[in-house]
Design a binder for this molecule. Structure first.
Ligand code: 0R9
Length: 658
């Protein structure tokens, strides 16, 4: 758990304080413990990722993880989370109950120690796969330090034990028995209220974030029941949710593919462990072209992949080629199927549990432990081979799918060679349509992707050419959700964007090479504009995902109305804003409703939409890959009904007006 702390020097100091505590009087140790918690409150950023909404939710995950540990150890069946109307969170498990005895070193109850001494959780047990490695796993004491108050209740042997902490971790009294309870009742309950003086942005939890992560945790930990009650919901049907998946990742893949057409009926599933590393993999092919591969280590999404994903890919390639050859799908002279061929249209979830995970990569979400590669490759490879042998009909469908991918790839390559066209990724010169900016300092540069030539023209004239570049696009761009990679790379608009951005594409995307630190989508505020925006976002998501994940993509908000009274001109960007302007400015207003960017002259476009002083940019934030993936498959797919439902359910997200 200590990996969480970024500043290792401070951590060492805290560790020393802990070890010397026995030799001091209780008063001294009191002060040191509180010093520790005070350090957390002073510099919360060192202990949790942020004090924004994300950090707020980490408090919940820390406590939930502790309950899940107890369930994974086989003692608890259920972990439930309740959010009340004041945003007080209650987490309950039905495990053994935390130990209620005294801790020799601190002279306090074990429970008080766990909740007041930094990193005590690690030292006092915790599961072998305790979430760690810098994402969460901050320790219950950190949650306590950042709470206005916290209460812990433990039930066992017919007694209810209780302790309360206030003002960032100060116990009001020692742990004590406050009631008798049923002899059979056992478990731990933790209630807390996040401290609004720390979480200054918000202390309101997101229903969707909590629900979706709890569902995910239930998929990742099969057989564990996760309950979620949100008392803030007025709609009764949204109040209570129970997630329990006996099928684990098998059910996860089913869920992910629910809006897609599967190529074969059964989900390929494998499970096993070697050298203390647990592996679970499930996958199924659908009729799309993009792979959707989600990887986890210790229940944490490893968005940058890593050795578990490499092991999966190795096995997929090896086993599919072997089967294809042995069963005469590939003849001797045929080339092997590439890993990309084998991945086309696959939905896969890979989850490993590792006692000592090492994370790498730009966002520390890439699993680095080299031994994992072979373990995953062996366990998944064996089961995949068995699946293909036992299900020859399904094997045939899979091999045919990969063979089609391979043929398309080879045909495209031949066509390219015939026209002696260079690989689109190697093109050096900038696209002709791009009106580049003069500055080469990416940190200040912006590129506006503008729909249509007329709006493009206004934008070119209106911009500040020192740091604003304009790339006009013609008409609708290709829907990459329904096109193979090779077709995407032949598309002129897509090539323009890739070259203009300069950061490579797909696995090679490197945001440090990005030529603009703001990529701004500027489309009309109408249905067509929204469609183009979704097509662009789909392309970014499938081909340049890090630019979205790392927050480089923005949506410009052009005004809906221009309101004029005498010499005063104001703009309204939303309908409610328009209503307010009407109320403020009185009658005799000249109101112009903009139908498109093209209607604005260059000065107006600059004033309302591009000038950093006045404009509103919405940063696109799709850090939940699973939700984003659902979003794109639904928004871009053939089925109308799920699209409608999704828009209704996720109105906020679907508009991306986050
Ligand atoms: C509601 C959230 N649940 C918890 O925080 C929780 C922690 C916990 C626990 C034990 C049992 N249930 C729990 N729920 C536990 C662990 C061990 C022995 N007895 C009970 C053990 O790991 O050996 N604990 C987690 C850490 C500790 N208890 C302690 F032992 F360090 F205190």
């Amino acid at each position: 758990m200590s990996e969480m702390i970024k500043d290792t020097d401070d951590q060492a100091v805290i560790g020393e304080e802990l070890d010397t505590k026995v030799t001091h009087s209780y008063d001294d140790s009191d002060i040191q413990v509180l010093d520790g918690l005070e350090a957390v409150r002073k510099r919360p950023g060192m202990y949790i990722a942020s004090t924004s909404e994300k950090g707020l939710h980490h408090l919940v995950w820390e406590i939930v993880d502790n309950g899940i540990d107890e369930a994974m150890a086989g003692y608890a069946t259920t972990v439930s989370v309740n959010v009340d109307t004041d945003n007080v969170v209650t987490v309950i498990d039905d495990g053994r109950g935390m130990p209620t005895g005294m801790n020799e070193k601190t002279g306090k109850s074990t429970i008080e120690t766990i909740f007041t001494v930094l990193h005590a959780g690690g030292k006092f047990g915790g599961g072998a796969y305790k979430v760690s490695g810098g994402l969460h796993g901050v320790g219950a004491s950190v949650v306590n330090a950042l709470s206005e108050w916290m209460e812990v209740s433990v039930y066992h042997d017919g007694k209810e034990y209780f302790i309360r902490f206030e003002n960032g971790g100060h116990p009001t009294e020692p742990l004590k028995v406050i009631a008798e309870c049923d002899k059979d009742k056992h478990g731990t309950k933790v209630r807390f209220k996040a401290d609004p003086t720390i979480f200054t942005e918000t202390t309101v939890y997101s229903f969707e974030t909590l629900r979706d992560r709890l569902r995910q945790l239930a998929f990742l930990n099969k057989g564990i029941r996760l309950e979620f009650t949100d008392e803030r919901q007025e709609d009764e049907s949204k109040k209570h949710h129970v997630f329990l998946f006996e099928g684990g990742l098998r059910e996860y893949v089913q869920y992910l593919n629910k809006n897609r057409t599967a190529v074969h009926p059964d989900i390929i599933y494998s499970e096993g462990h070697e050298n203390g590393i647990q592996v679970e993999v499930a996958c199924q092919y659908n009729d799309g072209y993009n792979p959707n591969i989600y990887t986890f280590c210790n229940n944490i999404n490893t968005a940058e992949g890593g050795t578990h994903e490499e092991g999966f890919r190795l096995a997929l390639n090896r086993v599919i080629n072997k089967y294809a050859k042995e069963n005469n799908f590939l003849k001797g002279k045929d080339d092997n199927l590439t890993t990309d061929d084998c991945k086309e249209g696959i939905t896969a979830v890979i989850s490993v549990k590792h006692p000592d995970p090492q994370y790498e990569g730009q966002t520390k979400t890439k699993l680095g432990n080299t031994e994992v590669r072979k373990v995953v490759s062996t366990i998944f490879g064996t089961q995949l081979e068995r699946f293909l042998m036992e299900n020859p009909d399904q094997a045939k469908m899979i091999i045919e799918k990969a063979t089609l991918a391979s043929q398309a790839r080879i045909a495209a390559k031949k066509a390219r060679e015939a026209t002696r066209r260079k690989n689109p990724l190697e093109i050096g010169s900038l696209p002709g349509k791009l009106a580049d900016c003069s500055s080469k300092d990416a940190s200040i540069c912006e590129i506006y992707i503008v729909e249509g030539d007329s709006a493009g023209g206004s934008a070119k004239q209106g911009r500040d050419s020192h740091y604003q570049a304009i790339l006009p696009l013609r008409g609708k761009i290709l829907n990459v959700e329904k096109a193979r990679q090779t077709r995407a790379f032949e598309n002129a608009e897509i090539r323009s964007m890739i070259t203009a951005f300069g950061c490579g594409v797909l696995e090679e995307t490197d945001t440090s090479k990005l030529r603009y630190n703001k990529i701004v989508i500027m489309t009309d505020a109408d249905v067509d504009g929204a469609h183009i925006r979704i097509l662009l976002l789909t392309f970014f998501y499938r081909y340049l995902r890090p630019i979205i994940e790392q927050g480089y993509v923005y949506i410009a908000q052009p005004p809906l109305y221009k309101v004029q009274k005498g010499n005063t001109v104001r703009y309204a960007y939303t309908e409610p804003q328009m209503d307010r302007l009407r109320a403020e400015m009185g009658d005799r207003l000249a109101i112009q409703r903009y139908k498109g960017l093209g209607e604005m002259n260059p000065e107006q476009l600059w004033e309302t939409t591009m000038n950093p002083k006045n404009r509103t940019l919405i940063r696109v934030n799709l850090n939940d890959a699973e939700l984003a993936d659902q979003y794109f498959s639904i928004m871009m797919g053939e089925e109308v009904e799920p699209r409608k439902n999704f828009i209704v359910e996720n109105a906020k997200f679907a508009e991306l007006d986050i």
